[in-house]
Design a protein around this ligand. Structure first.
Ligand SMILES: Nc1ncnc2c1ncn2[C@@H]1O[C@H](COP(=O)(O)OP(=O)(O)OP(=O)(O)O)[C@@H](O)[C@H]1O
Length: 238
């Protein structure tokens, strides 16, 4: 099966500050890849570059084998890429429902947009109860649910998720991880997940991608990283 997402020798940074120094990775369709690594390794920068928020200074990004160079961000959304950034990107002045509707904005099929909204309310019951609350009235965890829900409303093929467990209660983290696995199995969703919580990320992932100093130090099946103590010790330090 050909890969859904490929990065080849990808370089990016902030102004004169280079952060990614030639990242190579592949993610197969219908799989979950966990990007892990020390603070400052470049995980968030990688996600921003893959979602079109940051322009690469070198290298290529391929979606379904097609080079994304020059593709506008809104076109990426149409092609099924959804990004849930760190800090979440919820609009505080809009209600929960309005934030969710933003995820369905570009879709022509309105009935399906309504269905997608209902599905998110079923998944995240606190959002259903607060649908008329403003974004800034939500707790950190509720905002995280809203950001994830908005991405799901767009029915993505590729979900780029930055630190979904941040600020969430352990039970909600477990629910979120279970949800990702369910979406992978039921809908063939592909996920690239940045996580500090290495254990819960590897528990749900098919592939572990360890970043160090702006490069991929190791890409391996998640179960190998989970089970091989030497590998874990060498690359993850535990
Ligand atoms: N907006 C920015 N402007 C300049 N430098 C930045 C910016 N954002 C991040 N950096 C730098 O880029 C490097 C990588 O940061 P990045 O956020 O990608 O790492 P990370 O692996 O996601 O870290 P963490 O696990 O701490 O979130 C860091 O050295 C950071 O200081």
């Amino acid at each position: 099966m050909s890969d859904l997402l490929t990065a080849e020798a990808l370089a990016a940074g902030y102004g004169p500050v280079p952060v990614l120094h030639g990242v190579d990775l592949t993610v197969a369709p219908g799989t979950i890849a966990a990007v892990i690594g020390a603070n400052g390794a470049g995980k968030t920068t990688l996600l921003r570059t893959l979602s079109g928020m940051l322009r690469p200074t070198a290298g290529r990004i391929l979606l379904d084998g097609r080079d994304l160079r020059g593709t506008p961000v809104e076109q990426l959304v149409r092609r099924g890429v959804a990004h849930v950034p760190e800090g979440r990107g919820v609009i505080g002045e809009l209600t929960v429902e309005e934030n969710l509707r933003l995820g369905a904005l570009w879709r022509r099929d309105r009935a399906d947009g309504v269905r997608a909204l209902d599905e998110v309310y079923q998944l995240f019951e606190p959002l259903a109860r607060r649908r008329r609350h403003l974004g800034h009235q939500l707790s950190g965890g509720e905002r995280q649910m809203l950001a994830l829900g908005r991405a799901l409303v767009s029915r993505p093929r590729l979900l780029l998720l930055d630190e979904p467990s941040l600020g969430l209660a352990p039970r909600v983290v477990a629910q979120t991880m279970a949800l990702l696995r369910q979406l992978r199995d039921d809908t063939g969703l592909t996920v690239l997940l940045v996580e500090q919580n290495v254990r819960s990320a590897l528990a749900v992932a098919d592939q572990g991608i360890v970043m160090s100093l702006g490069r991929v130090a190791l890409a391996a099946p998640a179960d190998r990283l989970r089970d091989d103590a030497d590998l874990r010790h060498a690359y993850l330090g535990f």
